[in-house]
Design a protein around this ligand. Sequence first.
Ligand code: IPM
Ligand code: MG
Length: 374
Amino acid sequence: MPGDGIGPEVTAEAVRMLAAVGKRFGHSFEYTEALVGGAAIDATGSALPDESLNIAKQSDSILFGAVGGPKWDDPRAATRPEAGLLALRRGMGLFANLRPVKVVPELLGASPIKSTVIDGVDLIVVRELTGGLYFAEPKKRWNDSQGRKAVDTLKYTEKEIRRVLQVGFDLARGRRGRLASVDKANVLASSRLWREVAQEMAEENPDVSVSHILVDACAMMLIQRPAEFDVIVTENMFGDILTDEASVLAGSMGMLPSASLGTKKIRKRGGGLYGMYEPIHGSAPDIAGQGIANPLAAISSAAMMLRLSFGLNEEADAVEAAVDATLAAGYRTADVAGVGVADSDTQVVKTTQMADAVIERIENPERARVPRPL
Ligand code: IPM
Ligand code: MG
């Protein structure tokens, strides 16, 4: 589902990259392209036509680009491109959104935050994705004698809280064993339930060290001492905001992948969980059509798909090594250009050239193992 803006540009590169993985490891990937977002509104009037949802249901995973753009931004419009993304998350039951943030040494200088602060950052945010303010009812707008009114509802059930926290506990166990549960328990009833459930689960999982952090304090700590975080689990809206903030640590949103998972399993060999894989960046209408978008977030998202849905760990490792080697060799798209190392050692490239450099390193694994030249 390429979507809008730079979505089609970056997903096309991820698909090219997967062909190279297929060739090297002896797999073939089958695609059905489906409309979503503004492109779908233009063609059908709906941001997620039934046909697209059916294609999603019949597939083993979704590779998603981005949705939205000024063309569909009228606040009075009947439907918005974003509605397609939300309907897909909800429709496919993808309640756990994994957003890893890893600072690559070559891009230390790409972040406005001091290198000494972000060096070694390796965290993952698990954002609840199908509940809370985004979906709970009532959610509406109306007029009465006092004027215009609108309401959104922050509601969570124990079950929704528990299942997303469980994903965080499982991840923490395979990492550094630390889980930060983020809430606003000093103000919100839903957060007090969240904290209560998180505390019960902490007692059930003594091998994971749990801290409860208020979301405003967490926003501050993410900038002050981000390297201390391992796994962060939080509700939908808090997670939306904190992950944009966390992306600044990595230098560019163009670098960061994401996976959205539920409980549906795929039937294919090695089948893991059904997932939707997408860059965390948006459709970037300001640079769309210029061929300069960073394809690495989309490529890394496809690597997450190989690992989490298809159980192809060696293949995913190969993609990640190729991405690292490409950055080490000095390739930079405009969003991360001219930083980290002397300009003469880096080369500003366009979307397809960046993907070519990655593909070359997948096809020739020895090039992905070359000691870092910089
Ligand atoms: C994200 C985006 C979406 C969200 C928008 C496009 C609806 O910001 O994936 O973080 O708010 O979830
Ligand atoms: Mg967001």
